[in-house]
Design a binder for this molecule. Structure first.
Ligand code: NAP
Length: 269
């Protein structure tokens, strides 16, 4: 699996990871299948796992914890704190709770899930830096932050960098291309593309068959190849089915040509 630098950290993360929204709520058989899917993805190199304290009210993190038992050092764990917990003490306790549910000693990337208009960013970032100092988290990221919000968040961090912004991005959802993506590229922030398959609404009929044939890819694979074409982007498709995980991991083994990238971009402009 191709790897890319996270921000300016020199840490390498895979160009495709795995999302965990709506994973971990089921019981028994389905739960076992979700664990199997995550483990298979890790085996295939999709070792970046993205979760959040709000996914299934902690159930997604618990399931990730089960899936990574015994292989924690093979994975890069990203999770998120929710805006209602952006107060100083709340950030510290949310992080402890995530660490406990995940069954890890530290979180690799801790992200602010959405901007908050309730808690000053300075207060939240003070707690994030304290977590770095205590060794509870390694890197700080944001999610759904505009350029102005990212700049403000950066100013509130005297000792650390913001390494990533997790944003909605897919062939069919392109709004970040106007401002946010060029900003992240310039400033060396990794864009973690969420819903890279547009939550499973694949635009199958609009993708030229000739292109699918040329690269022997499914529409989903072509979408993942397309979304990670630019160096600043990694993507975190969610797949509860092992066959989807295997297809996704194979989606970036070759790169579509610059001409095909442009052609596909134009079709969905
Ligand atoms: P997504 O990854 O775009 O799409 C997931 C859907 O695509 C699922 O229904 C999945 O089916 C299907 N799928 C996966 N691989 C496929 C394949 N090879 N062929 C056909 N269908 C395939 O949507 P998402 O879950 O919204 O986004 C991914 C992750 O981003 C989330 O899980 C979460 O971690 C993160 N996220 C973050 C935010 C944020 O605010 N930061 C918001 C939304 C999501 P199966 O599950 O049945 O395999």
């Amino acid at each position: 699996m191709e790897k890319r630098e996270l921000g300016r950290t020199r840490e390498k993360i895979p160009v495709l990871g795995m999302g965990t929204w709506e994973i971990g709520d089921a019981q028994n058989e389905r739960r076992a299948l979700e664990i199997k899917a995550l483990r298979r993805g890790i085996e295939l190199g999709m070792t970046l796992i993205d979760s959040a304290e709000m996914y299934g009210y902690g159930n997604a993190e618990k399931l990730v914890g089960q899936a990574i038992k015994g292989i924690r050092d093979d994975v890069f764990i990203a999770t998120k704190v929710s805006p209602q917990h952006f107060g100083y003490e709340d950030v510290l306790s949310s992080c402890e709770n995530s660490i406990r549910r995940l069954g890890v000693e530290h979180i690799d990337l801790y992200q602010l899930h959405w901007p908050s208009d309730q808690v000053p960013i300075e207060e939240t970032m003070k707690a994030m830096e304290e977590l770095v100092a205590r060794g509870k988290i390694r890197y700080i990221g944001v999610s759904n932050f505009s350029v102005a919000q990212t700049l403000k968040a950066r100013e509130a961090l005297p000792r650390s960098e913001i390494v990533s912004n997790q944003l909605r991005y897919s062939l069919t959802r392109r709004s970040i291309e106007a401002e946010l993506l060029p900003f992240c590229e310039r400033e060396k922030l990794t864009v973690i593309a969420y819903s890279p398959l547009d939550t499973g609404k694949l635009p199958t009929s609009k993708i030229p068959q000739a292109l699918l044939d040329k690269y022997a890819m499914t529409p989903a694979q072509l979408m993942l190849n397309w979304v990670t074409y630019r160096d600043a982007v990694v993507a975190i498709p969610k797949a509860a089915k092992v066959e989807h995980v295997e297809k996704n991991a194979a989606a970036v083994s070759t790169r579509i040509s610059p001409d095909d990238y442009q052609a596909l971009s134009r079709i969905f402009e």
